[in-house]
Design a binder for this molecule. Structure first.
Ligand SMILES: Cc1cc2nc3c(=O)[nH]c(=O)nc-3n(C[C@H](O)[C@H](O)[C@H](O)COP(=O)(O)OP(=O)(O)OC[C@H]3O[C@@H](n4cnc5c(N)ncnc54)[C@H](O)[C@@H]3O)c2cc1C
Length: 460
């Protein structure tokens, strides 16, 4: 397959031809449709290396050079010029780490994930030419609403065969943003305040929720947040740029630090996988792209030790496992759950027999979905009592914010309409209105300082 692109920006001609040949072997044209070259997957990577993936250019230069070295060594020609079976042999060995002097498995995984993005991300990013990747998947692209019938059907939702991209939506999804009174994006570059009563390290979910409480009590509060103040209009309805499991441009701090973890002290640490969930770097925090399941703890969760010991005896616990009762009870916390549920706007019903509420949830439960219905039917047949999970999503207009349109972007993304609450929508403006809240974005705290008695007395 000959290249259909000649306008590569980041890759040299040999690198581009090598990448196209690799991608075409991994996703060849066949009777099911176009292959990677025609879909423009290499062009996608080339564009990304000039922008969002600029830090990976060295990986590509080294990896593609290693492929050509290997193919010259084995077959006497550079990679794009050898036969398809020979290319497949080298790619297989790349995956199995069997190349000369090159540990190729990481590069193989990088190629695989970037190939998927180039094939199936919105054409806006330079790949998925003519929506060929979506046509192959029979994916309808970007739609800003789904009907109740579509949510329930067991057939493919094909939107009548129409495939839409971000480009087709034009400005339909865009929201007009008013400036937030009292917020100045440049304040972060000013010299730090010397005396304050409260320092919020991160104006994420909890920092933002407590900001107005302190500020209204007359305390001088400073909030230091490494992300920007994102607003509804910043949340492009787009899986590549806005999803926490892809480029994660919502979590640059998370992505640049690559958190590591281990389960026990004597274990070596390993990179955190996506399953740990990516933190949002932005005023409002991870509630911006969270799943919005808002379950209360059950009453016995607050008295685990007594509960286990009354029911089974504490000797059921594995060795070295400890549990404790909380110093507060469900009954004491219940009014605060209710307060927060009213503020967030929680949708659900009262069919969960394990949770007692002093007031019904403010909104009715979400529409039934096909998957949920399968679960309901299966569990009911087993004699169980399934119930819809309470979610922080507007099932009707709520406090000036619209009802959900049940798009694919209603869960796991920032809401571009405000149908899902996060504290940047209400709490932060409320705190700023007091005049006591000094919000500084693009400010990362690197050290917490303490006095000689170990009390925290400042930050850097
Ligand atoms: C993908 C995902 C899905 C989730 N789904 C659910 C769900 O369905 N239901 C549910 O109840 N919970 C869910 N959660 C969890 C929920 O979002 C978190 O429990 C909640 O956001 C925690 O609030 P927080 O303020 O502690 O942290 P965050 O909201 O993450 O805020 C932390 C803030 O600190 C800032 N920060 C980080 N480092 C620094 C630094 N060095 N200096 C200054 N500031 C810093 C960050 O930029 C961020 O703004 C989900 C989380 C994720 C990531």
């Amino acid at each position: 397959m000959r290249s259909v692109d000649s306008d590569f920006l980041s890759l040299t001609s040999l690198e581009a031809r090598t990448l196209e040949a690799v991608f075409e072997r991994m996703f060849p044209a066949d009777e099911n449709g176009a292959g990677a070259v025609q879909i423009g997957a290499a062009r996608y990577v080339d564009r990304a290396l000039a922008g969002a993936y600029a830090d990976r250019i060295i990986d590509y230069q080294n990896g593609l050079a290693a492929l050509s070295t290997e193919s010259r060594h084995r077959f006497g020609k550079v990679f794009p010029e050898i036969a398809e079976e020979q290319q497949c042999e080298i790619i297989r060995d790349l995956e199995k780490k069997c190349l000369l002097e090159f540990d190729g498995n990481r590069f193989f995984e990088l190629l695989r994930s970037h190939l998927q993005e180039g094939l199936f991300a919105d054409p806006e990013y330079g790949g998925n030419r003519d929506k060929l990747g979506w046509k192959f998947l029979r994916h309808p692209g970007v739609w800003l609403e789904n009907s109740a019938e579509e949510n329930l059907t067991d057939k493919e939702v094909d939107k009548g065969g129409k495939i839409q991209s971000l480009g087709d939506l034009g400005s339909n999804w865009k929201i007009r943003q008013e400036p937030v009174n009292g917020y100045d994006p440049l304040r972060g570059s000013l010299p730090p305040s010397t005396e304050v009563d409260v320092i919020l390290v991160g104006v994420g979910s909890i920092g933002a929720i407590v900001a107005p409480i302190f500020a209204k009590a007359g305390l001088r509060v400073i909030g230091l947040e490494p992300g920007p103040y994102r607003r509804n209009g910043d949340y492009l309805p787009d899986e590549l740029g806005a999803a926490y499991y892809c480029r994660a441009n919502m979590g640059p701090k998370f992505a640049s630090e690559i958190p590591r973890w281990r389960r026990a002290e004597n274990e070596p640490t390993q990179e955190a996988t996506f399953s740990l969930g990516r933190m949002m770097n932005s005023v409002g925090g991870s509630m911006i792209h969270y799943g919005a399941w808002m379950r209360r703890f059950h009453s016995h969760h607050f008295r685990m030790e007594s509960y286990i010991s009354d029911r089974w005896g504490t000797n059921v616990l594995p060795e070295r496992c400890r549990v404790a009762d909380w110093p507060v009870s469900y009954e004491q916390l219940e009014p605060y759950y209710t307060l927060l549920e009213e503020q967030i706007g929680i949708a659900g019903d009262d069919t969960n027999p394990f949770v007692q509420r002093s007031r019904p949830l403010p909104m009715p439960a979400t529409r039934p979905f096909r998957l949920g219905e399968c679960f309901r039917e299966a569990t009911t047949a087993l004699g169980l009592h399934p119930h819809p999970v309470a979610v922080g999503m507007n099932t009707r207009p709520y406090r000036g914010r619209p009802a959900s349109t049940y798009t694919a972007w209603s869960n796991g993304f920032g809401s571009y309409t405000g149908d899902k609450w996060d504290p940047s929508l209400t709490c932060v403006p409320e705190a700023l209105r007091t005049g006591n809240f000094d919000l500084r974005t693009q400010c990362r705290v690197i050290r917490i300082l303490s006095d000689s008695e170990g009390h925290v007395d400042g930050i850097e």
